[in-house]
Write a protein of this length. Sequence first.
Length: 121
Amino acid sequence: MVWETVEKGAERLMGMYPKFEEIGDYVEGNFSGIVEDDYGNRRIELYIGQDEYDEPKYQHLPPAADLRKYYEKLNRGEYVKVEFVKVIPSNSEDFADKKIFKVMVDHSRDVEFGDEEEEDE
């Protein structure tokens, strides 16, 4: 008998705040907008379906410098896949390594969100 090693594949990340740890990790869903977190960071928000109570489920991407370059390029309702593709090591111990992402859109899976009333109170 000969054992053959199986290489790991990419992992589809789930959860409110996914951690991109391995090259190839990805998230996907419909772009619903840019939201601000409790710390004042702007994040991409993806609609990923509904829970068992028919409540919408969202996923918030990290406020990474590389992802901020896409904020103005995405349109509400587009089906988006964000994949972690590369790490650029920092030149300084005081700063974290830079994560690089590839952002893709599949227009065949776009949706239209209904107009939501915004509360200005």
